[in-house]
Design a protein around this ligand. Structure first.
Ligand code: MLT
Length: 248
């Protein structure tokens, strides 16, 4: 019987999405270093939800809106914690005893703008190397077109996001034959497979990885490189990223 194929498209940086509408589609957003890795660790460690915002001013406004829930203000600029904020953007900071039951308002340089850029989509999945397999299992069950949006670094494509996207596509097409990929997807998959067994080295050679090591966040690279380390699936819906396993 004829089975309708679904497309997988990759956008290597947010600017590539400029003339696209994601209305009604499924989006998957990646910022391996470090926003989506941090979000997945926070969700895994029991936060109530993460509200991603592009601007610091918006984060401060939202703190008033969520005041009764005593939210934590989180985020970075130039990789470092923003003055006056509770947490930076290192996944190591987001331990259970710190984030449990908390609403986190998060603003980062590239990751949270990529998430908010995809906001029109029906469902947005938050992807990192940490939760790749779990997210593949969820997305493979959907009968929808998939748009993968990489945050990149400061307007440029980033090796680490492309590798994560390639591994994701590779696993997704292995799981289900309903997806159609284009040449760009094939290139990204080939590149990802070259790095598959050397993810930490890949992060250490990436531009942003080198910068993070220079400013003292080397251990974050080790954490962010752990493929399938966390069994969590996070979705961004109605303004908040939540653990999709807890949605009834
Ligand atoms: C970003 O959103 O640009 C990053 O997550 C930066 C970082 O490493 O903190």
């Amino acid at each position: 019987m004829f089975k309708e194929k679904k497309s997988i498209k990759i956008f290597e940086k947010p600017a590539d999405t400029e003339f696209c509408s994601f209305k009604g589609s499924i989006a998957v957003v990646i910022d391996v270093l470090r926003a989506t890795s941090t979000i997945i660790n926070a969700i895994h460690n029991g936060c109530r939800g993460v509200v991603p915002v592009a601007e610091i001013e918006r984060a401060l406004l939202l703190r008033q809106q969520y005041f009764a829930q005593k939210p934590l203000l989180c985020g970075e600029r130039y990789g470092k914690k923003i003055d006056g904020f509770d947490l930076g953007n290192s996944p190591a900071e987001y331990q259970n005893e710190v984030v449990r039951d908390k609403v986190l308002i998060l603003t980062t340089t590239n990751g949270t703008p990529a998430l908010t850029a995809a906001q029109e989509a029906k469902v947005i999945y938050v992807l990192s190397l940490l939760n790749l397999e779990t997210t593949v299992n969820q997305v493979a069950c959907l009968n929808e077109d998939i748009n993968i949006i990489c945050a990149g670094t400061n307007g440029q494509t980033s090796l680490e996001d492309n590798v994560c996207a390639g591994l994701f596509i590779n696993e997704l097409v292995k799981k289900s034959d309903k997806f159609l990929t284009d040449n760009k997807c094939s290139e990204i998959v080939t590149q990802a497979n070259e790095y598959r067994d050397n993810l930490l080295t890949m992060l250490r050679t990436s531009r942003h990885g080198q910068y993070l090591e220079e400013i003292g966040f080397g251990p974050d690279l080790e954490f962010c490189s752990k493929l399938n380390f966390i069994n969590a699936c996070a979705v961004f819906e109605n303004g908040m990223i939540i653990n999709s396993f807890l949605v009834s």
